[in-house]
Design a protein around this ligand. Structure first.
Ligand code: IPE
Ligand code: IPE
Ligand code: MG
Length: 242
């Protein structure tokens, strides 16, 4: 084992890991399967990863499941993804006492079906009692949309007399984001070989370490998470200092 790996193994795991769950479509295409089969396999990869994060003692896991731009896909694909999300949440509600995962949802849920919105609400409410790992599920989420909505909410509070315009600071604006109570992610992982943010956590990622992996999301497993964490431990984080 390399000395750097030894060192990596003794360092604490990041408190907050975020993942862009990408590559489902390519995974399916490689197998001659419909894209929805890739999304189903992606849901399994998410289950594995959330369990592994809980084992490692990661406090927050934020996953990008559906972006504000993903509505551009075919109606069939969008319906397939929404159906899988509903199925996943129904199962999560049944397994809640076993898994002890606390769910939060980041994104504009009003565009989802009333049934899906209700499942999100139930999952959030019924899991609020758990404290092992918090999963922030990004659904109809966009980093720009999040900042616009936070700004509008601040402006409304100014109009209502709660704040003056000059009260706006980074801290105040942070408090209006979906992530208000969550520390910024130390590590953001994007599998599938793409190297861009695709509108994920634009504000919160200011000083996150990005790790890009070539594995497609449905194939992602504990060894890939270990590899990303080891790479994170090799980074020298300066936050603008020296
Ligand atoms: C990520 O996989 C899932 C969603 C964006 C909903 P993709 O569906 O983007 O898979 P690729 O990138 O086409 O392989
Ligand atoms: C980002 O992946 C969104 C999710 C994984 C949910 P995309 O596949 O939508 O991103 P682009 O189109 O490659 O930038
Ligand atoms: Mg993609």
């Amino acid at each position: 084992m390399a000395a750097t790996d030894k060192k990596a193994n003794t360092q604490p795991v990041p408190r907050h890991i975020a993942i862009i769950m990408d590559g489902n479509g390519r995974w399916a295409k490689k197998r001659g399967l419909p894209r929805t089969a890739g999304h189903a396999a992606g849901a399994e990869a998410f289950r594995r990863t959330a369990n592994y994060c809980r084992t490692l003692g990661v406090e927050y896991l934020t996953v990008y499941a559906f972006s504000t731009e993903n509505w551009k896909r075919s109606a069939d694909e969008v319906a397939g993804i929404m159906k899988l999300l509903g199925k996943y949440l129904e199962e999560a509600l049944l397994d809640m006492e076993k898994n002890h995962v606390r769910f939060k949802f980041f994104g504009d849920l009003t565009r989802l079906s009333p049934e899906l919105q209700k499942l999100c609400q139930d999952a959030q409410e019924r899991s609020a009692q758990y404290h092992e790992v918090q999963v922030n599920f990004c659904l109809n989420y966009g980093g720009r949309d999040e900042i616009v909505k936070a700004s509008a909410a601040f402006a409304a509070d100014v109009a209502a007399g709660k704040y003056k315009p000059e009260d706006l600071t980074e801290e105040v604006l942070s408090g209006y984001l979906y992530s208000a109570d969550v520390p910024d992610p130390e590590l953001i992982i994007r599998p599938s070989g793409e190297m861009r943010t695709s509108n994920f956590l634009l504000w919160q990622s200011a000083y996150s370490e990005y790790v890009f992996l070539n594995v497609l999301w449905p194939d992602f497993g504990p060894k890939d998470l270990d590899e990303a964490i080891a790479e994170y431990h090799r980074r020298n984080r300066r936050f603008g200092g020296v």
